[in-house]
Ligand binder design. Sequence first.
Ligand code: AHR
Length: 544
Amino acid sequence: MPRNSRRRFLQQASVAGMAVAAPNILGTLALAQTTAGSAPQPIRVDIDSRRRLAPLDRNLFGSFLEHLGRAIYEGIYDPGSNLSDANGFRKDVLDEVRKLGVPIIRYPGGNFVSGYHWQDGVGPKADRPRVLDKAWNTTDTNQFGINEFLAWSKLAGSQPLLGLNLGTGTPESAAALVEYCNIDKGTRWSDLRRKHGVADPWNVKTWCLGNEMDGPWQIGHMSATEYGEKATDAARQMHYVDPTLKLIACGSSNTNMPTYLEWDREVLEQCYDYVDAISLHRYYDNSKETGGASSKFLALNLTMDKQISEVAAVCDMVRGRRRSPKKLWLSFDEWNVWYRARSGPAVDGNKQTAPHLLEEVYNLEDALLVGGLINSLLRNSDRVRIGCLAQLINVIAPIMTNASGLYRQTIFYPYSWALQYAHGAALEVLVETPPTYDVEGMDPVSYIDVAGTSNPADGSTALFVLNRDLAKPRQLEINWEGQGAGQLVAAVVLTGTDLKASNGFDAPQKVAPQVADKPVTNGNRTKIEVPPRSYSVFQWGKAV
Ligand code: AHR
């Protein structure tokens, strides 16, 4: 087969790290499947910096802070602590988030937002009511509200992604919040903001029209048609106030919903013309979903690719039916591993303030899957513009605090690497005939999952490699097409012998990044070996 058509054929057959059913489809091409005793063959990976998917939106790696548990109170806001500044903001937490470089943060929920009245959280603190948050059965003192969040995110260097109450709230109250935040002066709500001591408008650009309104657990849950009409009304009123807003409609809250995709279609039939994007949510589980099998768990990021393509297909179907010139983008604004702290006392605040809720302790294999999920987001970045790791502090979070400090959970590292190394544009990475293993209910799963980015600003290239093989290292042979390899500038890996190992205040570095084995380059070929059970990032500078 001529080289070009062979390449095209392989590209059609292989989607980045996803395996093709190699023995059946590729016939004579050698399959480097490992069998006991045989040395695995290097896996060929073609990189071409000209084959860019789309410019990366920095907001692909955002995060989320909900009024839930100790995320806000005790997490980022703790006026009684000697670690806090004059605003009551925890300085160590703010520094950590600023250093991490989180581009956008969703707030204030989540389930919480569907019963939240934003007016309770503005104005003199002494006058703010203590209210019962019915989503998490928690007492909210309202000492932290919209202005505190917007001031905090500015200090953190993040953009806000504000959620609106479309449960008990009205479209009118949503538009009033836009007026409070974005209009300079001379109207009822903008003048109220000024009276509250905030002279300049915040100019919040991106808004979520409610949260998980398809879920029977959601306060104000309604049918798709009802929600579509309410979202349309809210969007219209909000646009009257500020026509520049970017609005995200609520999509299905997970892929197991009986109404999955049907909800999205019905909602978009109502509000397509008024919104810019639809949301996707998904939490990955290593108990019921996998039976605890690590090899299956590490393949679950492939279900994120599938969810993205299914929701995108619905958007495009509605677009086609409407003959609309507008193409919606996707906001994957809740994703993470979450299955342990998910029931009983872990989700019931017992009417306390700042109770310990959803304090999931993450282990090494959770971090490896988070790495895989980052790869999935990267290779879908032509469609997904916003992604939010849910959440950021204390609640299903990479950063945990107590009264005297903070520590980084295992999942902190792959997330921080995405922020540090993924710049420019995602690449169409071609993994040729990857060795695979079988997982019930899935297509053959590649042991290796590779994503890449190329930054035209400085000519650098980064590769993100998940090795799902629980027993063996894997060798990759990078074939640099169109350019040579530049100088290696970073090689880091997260790995270990114990997939269940986790960090804590007593052992904050038990699972921590290590320097990876240095790749060896010869001409336009680079050899890399990645250890079993690992997630690695390699970065090269501009090729000379
Ligand atoms: O992130 C925790 C919760 O998960 C959010 O409040 C909700 O939107 C989702 O179900």
